[in-house]
Design a protein around this ligand. Structure first.
Ligand code: ZN
Length: 148
């Protein structure tokens, strides 16, 4: 196991979002609210979205867990706010490719989320980094099914 890279990842996560996560809290009357758990680590994420005209107008999360899950939620919510549902889905796919595909080529659209590139070497931590993105996917699915 490559301890240097794992500690680098933690350091980056702490720098980016650890102590003061962005978009933490509750939305007033969210369009959709999704709660997901990562039992292997104990992470809990509750993601709330406010959507109108297929645009994610506002997004907030709360919950608890390791620094990786919290930092990923902070960065993801920053990235997704103001995006269309289609853009959000594309970003989720890009994030998923980044952390599973060794031949991934940096996608600038992922911005700060690129710090999680190294997580693919640590399968235990992949679930922490993807938890909030899975909550996003589930939220979008719910909205599309409800409106469709
Ligand atoms: Zn975790």
């Amino acid at each position: 196991m490559d301890h240097d890279n794992l500690s680098n990842l933690y350091r980056q996560a702490i720098l980016e979002a650890g102590e003061d996560p962005h978009n933490f809290g509750d939305l007033l009357r969210p369009t959709v609210s999704t709660e997901l758990h990562n039992p292997t680590c104990g992470d809990v994420i509750i993601l709330q979205l406010k959507i109108s005209d297929h645009i994610i107008k506002d997004i907030k999360f709360k919950g608890q867990g390791c620094i990786i899950s919290q930092a990923s939620a902070s960065i993801m919510t920053d990235l997704i706010k103001g995006k269309s549902l289609d853009q959000a889905k594309k970003l989720r796919i890009a994030f998923s490719q980044m952390i599973t595909d060794d031949h991934f080529i940096d996608n600038d659209k992922l911005k700060d989320a690129l710090i999680f590139k190294g997580v693919r070497k640590f399968p235990q931590r992949i679930k922490c980094a993807t938890l909030v993105w899975n909550a996003l996917e589930k939220s979008i699915q719910h909205v599309e099914e409800t409106n469709g």
